[in-house]
Design a protein around this ligand. Structure first.
Ligand SMILES: Nc1ncnc2c1ncn2[C@@H]1O[C@H](COP(=O)(O)OP(=O)(O)OP(=O)(O)O)[C@@H](O)[C@H]1O
Ligand SMILES: [Mg+2]
Length: 348
């Protein structure tokens, strides 16, 4: 809530006082009827009082509205704060775990590279040995046959290559986790949006891999954009998860995968990110409400209705940017994020 706005309690006190005034006025009207002589005097007084009552009632309705708004703002601020705190502690935890995984992964990778080279050399040695003929070489040939040497020669390098590939994947996930959870300490720095998107896609992989393929297309002309990296990551994560949910709702589990396309574009004065899904689309009737805090169509436990409210506040309030969407029922939805290429004077 902004400073200078009345607190919730102050508004509640004011409303109670107004109600009291109306009560007293009503009693006076009734008393007037009971004790005053002269129909005209009674009528005049009652008209005066009626006007006061009307004015007070209107004021009361206004106070009620303000009270409701204050209550709503308070709930919203509370929910956003909670979400921010949760994200911060998850971020710290993730950064810690990423660091812990990084060290053993490093030496396992080094050893795999060593084994790969050593294996190549050993195969060369065995090949050479197997060229030997004659009775002395017979045990060597027998052993090679017993050990199924041709199979080993073929499969060993493949197995090592797969292990190396697995480790590269672990490395990129750990790197993405570290990047993703790295707080930007409220400082706007030039950020490469390609990196933000790649990192977030990697971190959110578990949310989308069973329901969709993700394709990214980046505009090479787009230079780094000044923004709060962790907050933009947060927005991207919310939109990717929403897209995956929308697709999952449409398709039977285990069926054909849907598509999420993420692209960047330089469109002065904006840097634009589009996240397009082929889910069911957003019904016309709920479109005006999707950015409202707590608005969700998902079952309890799956959605809190915070994702888009947070995305809106990050894009519009914190970054002087825009968030918009286009949607067609049965075809899909595209969310469009716009960040200013240059920061406005007042936030620089
Ligand atoms: N890509 C989309 N396709 C279809 N509907 C969407 C899409 N994104 C959002 N919506 C609709 O907007 C609603 C609000 O989204 P929002 O991200 O704010 O909350 P949520 O996803 O329901 O919950 P939360 O993000 O807090 O877990 C969703 O419940 C859904 O009905
Ligand atoms: Mg959501």
């Amino acid at each position: 809530m902004n400073r200078g706005e009345p607190t919730l309690e102050a508004l509640q006190r004011k409303v109670r006082a107004q109600e009291k005034t109306i009560e007293v006025l009503m009693r006076r009207v009734e008393d007037g009827f009971a004790h005053r002589d002269g129909a005209f005097a009674i009528m005049e007084e009652s008209l005066d009082l009626q006007r006061v009552v009307d004015r007070k009632t209107a004021q009361l309705a206004e106070e009620h509205q303000r009270l409701e708004k204050a209550h709503y703002d308070l709930r919203r601020a509370q929910a956003q704060l909670l979400q921010a705190q949760k994200m911060e502690s998850i971020g710290q935890l993730a950064a810690g775990i990423a660091h812990e995984i990084n060290t053993p992964t490093q030496y396992v990778s080094d050893n795999v590279v060593f084994v790969q080279r050593a294996c190549r050399s050993l195969v060369e040695l065995v090949e050479l040995a197997l060229t030997a003929q004659g009775p002395e070489a017979a045990p060597l040939h027998e052993k090679a046959k017993a050990l199924r040497y041709p199979f080993l020669r073929e499969q060993l390098p493949k197995a090592i290559e797969q292990a190396a590939e697995g480790l590269r994947r672990v490395g990129s996930i750990v790197g993405a986790m570290k990047d993703f959870s790295h707080p930007s300490a409220d400082r706007r720095e030039p950020v490469d949006l390609r990196e933000c998107i790649t990192t977030t896609v990697t971190v959110a992989r578990n949310e989308w891999k069973y329901v969709a393929d993700i394709q990214t297309t980046f505009d090479e002309e787009l230079a780094p954009v000044p923004c709060l990296r962790d907050q933009i990551n947060q927005v991207l994560l919310n939109l990717i998860v929403n897209a995956a949910h929308a697709i999952a709702e449409q398709r039977p589990a285990g069926g054909e995968l849907g598509h999420i396309d993420i692209s960047t574009r330089r469109a002065p004065p904006w840097a634009e990110i589009r996240i397009k899904d082929d889910g069911g689309g957003i019904p016309e009737a709920i479109r005006p409400r999707i950015f409202d805090p707590f608005f969700t169509t998902k079952p309890v436990g799956k959605g809190t209705g915070q994702g888009l409210a947070i995305a809106y506040s990050v894009m519009v309030e914190r970054h002087h940017g825009e968030i918009d969407f286009e949607s067609e029922l049965g075809v899909g939805t595209t969310f469009i994020l716009r960040l200013p290429l240059r920061l406005p004077e007042e936030v620089r």
